[in-house]
Design a protein around this ligand. Sequence first.
Ligand SMILES: [Zn+2]
Length: 170
Amino acid sequence: MNRGAIVEHLFVDVVPDTLEQGVVYVCIRYTTAVHLCMCGCGEEVVTPIKPTGWRITFDGVAISLHPSIGNWDFSCRSHYWITDGRVRWDRQWAPQEIAVVRKRENAERVAYFGQPVAAARSTSIDDSPPARGSRPRRVLRWLARQLGLRVRRGPEPGSGTAHDRGGRRP
Ligand SMILES: [Zn+2]
C-alpha cells in the first residue's frame, strides 16, 4: 500500500477564510468537513457529513473520511481517500463510471429524503461552505441545499465501487 501525504485535521466551530493545504477542517456544528484538494490545485473540497454524504471517523490521533473523494468537476479530476490521516490516491474514473455512480447516489438521496432532488451543476461561490464569518443567511441557504433541496456537484463520494476496489487494508 502506498502511503500518501500526511493529513492534519482541525475541529473547528467555523471554517476559516483561509484554508491550509493538507488540513481537513471538521465542523461538527454544521456536520461538514472542508479541505483544499489534496492534489494542490487549490480547489476547496466540501464533504458534508451525513448518511448520503461522507462519514468521518476519528481514532484519537487521525481522521478518516469514507467513502473516497472524487473531484470530478475540478480540472484536476483527482480521486483519493483520506484514511488514518493519510492521502491515498485512487485512479481517475471514466465519465461513464461517474455517470453511473451519480445516478445511483441520486437514487439513494431520493430514497433518503423521500423526494426527488434536482441535479445542480454549480460550483459557484454560492456553493461554498457555511460559517464563513457572519453570513447567517448564506449559511441557511447552504444548509438547505445540504438537506437535499439541491444536489451540489463538486466532490462526490466514490461510493461502493471505489470502496470495493480500494478499501482499507489491514
Ligand atoms: Zn485538485
